[in-house]
Write a protein that binds this ligand. Structure first.
Ligand code: GRG
Length: 358
């Protein structure tokens, strides 16, 4: 169900409302039957509001629909992203075009959605989180542009389109990434509204750390060093993926929590949740590299084996990698138990991270 609205080029596209209505009806009927028969079974994905009386007919069952949630966020996120890379003077047309080419090429928008969902979980609004959500997608897109460069992974397909350097040349692609990175910080500082300055500063510091030596850049260097190197261990792999992938997802959730007004303890719970889903995200990525097609992925499939990369399937095998990803997600979800129903969007996104097809 979580994948129903994701198209081949990763866009959140469609929701079958009739199916949803049928699902709610069936869920309510099932629940009524279970109450009558005294069965303790409760479908895991149901979010139930307490019945006002003991009569089964009055039971309210509300299913959380990730499809519907993603669809409701898609429009505002895409509009905010588009507005963030508009050229305002003719001299910047080329670089803004190159930035927009990659930023608006689709993508699942997982990081922005995580940030907004975390902010809302603590009573904040989509508007409070949006500048940070945009900034995180800018940082992520910058890392994809740079990752694809000839001096790095040397790839020519990303998000179902030719990579940035194939279209604009290596020089402009590097600069488009650099511009997006610096603009991301400006964007948070300039456009975050309704949040105190100390919280905005906290978010900016988190973002900075996630890109530096203890983040994307450090993870990428270690990744390059381990390429084709025999003896790369599971611990090495974990370090690479925590820094290359998980840290940015962690910042997405933690920043959303900070902006939404979470306490330090609540932010910490969110960080633990996000570190686990971030690692699971990369394990799923390694699995998809082996099991999915380039068409479905929108990037070159089978690249890890071709470049002799150490991956989870290589070290653990496919089935054990899948079990590890599931375990990480289960552990992640436990971290959000204190937040009850308010965590429904983040919990559903956690499941989506390992159920996704691209
Ligand atoms: C230039 C300071 C600086 C840092 C960049 C190149 C680099 C250092 C790091 C590479 C980071 C990288 C590409 C990690 C892989 C993360 C990953 C699993 C990407 C796929 O993310 P999805 O599936 O992609 O969310 P979409 O296209 O859906 O957004």
């Amino acid at each position: 169900m979580a994948n129903a609205c994701l198209s081949r080029n990763n866009n959140i596209e469609r929701i079958d409302l009739q199916k949803m209505a049928r699902f709610n009806y069936v869920a309510a009927a099932l629940l009524a039957l279970q109450l009558q028969s005294g069965s303790a079974f409760t479908p895991a994905k149901l979010n139930l509001s307490p019945p006002t009386t003991k009569t089964a007919l009055q039971v309210q069952a509300t299913a959380f629909s990730l499809d519907e949630y993603l669809l409701s966020k898609k429009g505002p996120i895409e509009s905010a992203l588009e507005a963030s890379v508009q050229s305002r003077i003719p001299q910047t047309d080329k670089i803004c075009e190159s930035m927009a080419y990659s930023l608006m090429a689709g993508g699942k928008r997982i990081r922005p959605v995580l940030c907004i969902a975390a902010c809302e979980m603590f009573g904040g609004t989509e508007e409070m989180a949006m500048p940070t959500a945009v900034a995180l997608e800018m940082i992520h897109t910058m890392s994809l542009i740079h990752d694809d460069l000839p001096s790095m992974d040397n790839d020519d397909l990303r998000r179902g389109k030719p990579t940035n350097h194939v279209i604009y040349g290596e020089d402009v692609a590097i600069l488009a990434g650099d511009a997006m990175l610096s603009t991301s910080f400006e964007h948070v500082a300039r456009y975050t509204k309704g949040v105190s300055a100390d919280k905005v500063l906290d978010v900016i510091a988190r973002m900075g750390k996630s890109v530096g030596a203890e983040g994307l850049a450090g993870g990428q260097v270690m990744d390059l060093e381990c390429e084709g190197k025999p003896g790369t261990t599971l611990d090495d792999l974990k370090w690479i993926h925590i820094h290359k992938t998980a840290t940015l997802l962690q910042v997405a959730v933690a920043s959303g929590a900070v902006l939404g007004g979470a306490t330090p303890e609540e932010v910490e719970a969110c960080e633990k949740f996000a570190m686990n889903i971030g690692l699971a995200f990369q394990v799923a990525d390694d699995i998809l590299d082996v099991t999915a097609s380039s068409e479905d992925l929108g990037k070159t499939a089978g690249k890890d084996e071709a470049t002799d990369k150490t991956t989870y399937p290589k070290l653990l095998g496919l089935e054990e990698s899948k079990a590890y990803a599931r375990q990480l997600i289960d552990e992640a979800k436990e971290c959000l138990a204190p937040f009850g129903d308010r965590a429904a969007p983040l919990l559903a996104i956690a499941d989506f991270i390992i159920d996704r097809k691209n």
